[in-house]
Design a protein around this ligand. Structure first.
Ligand SMILES: [Zn+2]
Length: 415
């Protein structure tokens, strides 16, 4: 087993060109005395859309680490995997995010459910959460309901884990379990018994990604009740600490926040809570770096700005196709999308002002930003044209990538 440090950041990079710029942000934090482990994550879906493979991610990570002489740990995350695609990632990854969302609600064997309820009956009553003035009222029926909804998912997680372990006998790796891509958020009580189920199956997870209430839209701020988020987040952190004690899970177990980039309004809350509880956190980001590539191209002007405009034009034309797979994680008001005729007249700063996630800028347009967020498929389709634009404008893009991760993400959360 390898141990994931207290703070870590998932730095997804769609086109695998920003590894060095991303690592520089983490290095800056390190120079300020805060160790954050970089984890390059990419899902099967992203690889398919881009036409890339996990070896490219591994190469990108190794290359960045070598070039910047990064001395600490780093990982390559096979993001959102299941039994059907885990093999594809085995050789290049040392971090696996086992996605059980599809198995939630599928029934486990009656005997297994009965067993689970029997084993956990001792928690019926009021369960005191550590360091909080909160108790969870637990009934036998609730334990059964959680088992009926999640036990099968825990059993599947074990199958996937075994499949990884059997093929990586000599190489240590980290396990995350994710269930964020579902319709319903998990309550702290559910999370407690989900962890019980995973522990009873010996899934050695070090991080878990629940679905929280509120909207975690791609590339834009959190939408929801901040007070409610605080309560939920705080209770989840406490539940994890209790689960470590009760079920013997790895003592560095921590929450993982998926679609975690750009959620600026909840960063101060998470920052405060993890400090109060002396807890760790994994923040997973992906598309925010791709958007900085477009910002960099726009800022560079000339032919690079023209490419940024081309990507917007094509994204607008294909909006429905691009948005459908992301329907649950974007909220675009098409009436607020600028017309292509208008965008064609924009200079660099008009484009950058509309796209950069700066809520104090009156020109910032979250609808424009979300559409471009899902528009990476268009850039992938441009092939060499896009990739050579990245290389030609490397410097201005890198500056934006590093600054975005460090100033807007790492600093408010971890430093
Ligand atoms: Zn996720």
């Amino acid at each position: 087993m390898r141990t994931l440090s207290k703070y870590s950041i998932g730095i997804g990079d769609r086109f695998a060109h920003q590894g060095i710029a991303q690592l520089k942000a983490v290095q800056k934090a390190c120079e300020m005395g805060v160790l954050i482990t970089p984890v390059w994550n990419k899902s099967f879906r992203e690889h398919q859309v881009i036409g890339s493979d996990p070896f490219a991610t591994r190469q990108e990570a190794d290359d960045a680490v070598q070039r910047l002489n990064w001395q600490d740990d780093y990982f390559v995350d096979a993001d959102h995997i299941n039994l059907s695609n885990v093999d594809y990632f085995i050789d290049s990854s040392d971090f696996f995010t086992i996605d059980v969302a599809d198995y939630i609600g599928k029934p486990a064997a009656d005997a297994d459910v009965r067993d689970f309820v029997e084993k956990h009956k001792k928690y019926v009553g009021n369960l005191q959460l550590p360091d909080l003035d909160t108790t969870l009222a637990i009934s036998e029926q609730q334990i059964r309901t959680v088992a009926e909804k999640y036990l099968f998912a825990a059993q599947e997680a074990k199958k996937i884990y075994d499949r990884i372990a059997s093929q990586k006998e000599t190489v240590a790796f980290v396990i995350e379990v994710s269930m964020d891509e579902t319709d319903e958020p998990q309550t702290p009580l559910e999370l407690f018994f989900i962890l019980a189920a995973l522990a009873s199956r010996n899934v050695p997870l070090q991080t878990i990604a629940p679905k929280f209430s509120g909207r975690f839209n791609k590339g834009v701020d959190y939408v929801g009740d901040l007070q409610q988020f605080r309560l939920e987040f705080e209770q989840d952190v406490a539940v994890l600490q209790l689960a470590v004690r009760e079920f013997g899970l790895s003592d560095n177990l921590k929450l993982s926040i998926h679609s975690g980039s750009d959620k600026f309004s909840i960063y101060p809350i998470m920052r405060e809570v993890i400090r109060t509880f002396d807890a760790g956190l994994h923040l997973k980001t992906a598309g925010t770096t791709w958007l900085e590539e477009i910002i960099g191209l726009a800022e560079a002007g000339g032919p690079a700005l023209a490419i940024a405009k081309d990507i917007y034009r094509a994204s607008l034309e294909k909006a429905e196709e691009l948005c459908t797979p992301y329907a649950s994680v974007i909220d675009i008001d098409t009436a607020k999308l600028p017309l292509i005729e208008e965008v064609n007249n924009w200079d660099s700063s008009a484009f950058v002002n509309a796209l950069r996630h700066d809520i104090n800028n009156p020109r910032y347009n979250p609808h424009f930003r979300q559409l471009l967020h899902v528009g990476y498929k268009v850039a992938a389709g441009m092939g060499r044209i896009y990739l050579s634009a990245l290389r030609d404008n490397k410097k201005v893009i890198a500056k934006n990538v590093t600054e975005n991760i460090f100033e807007r993400h790492i600093k408010p959360l971890f430093i």
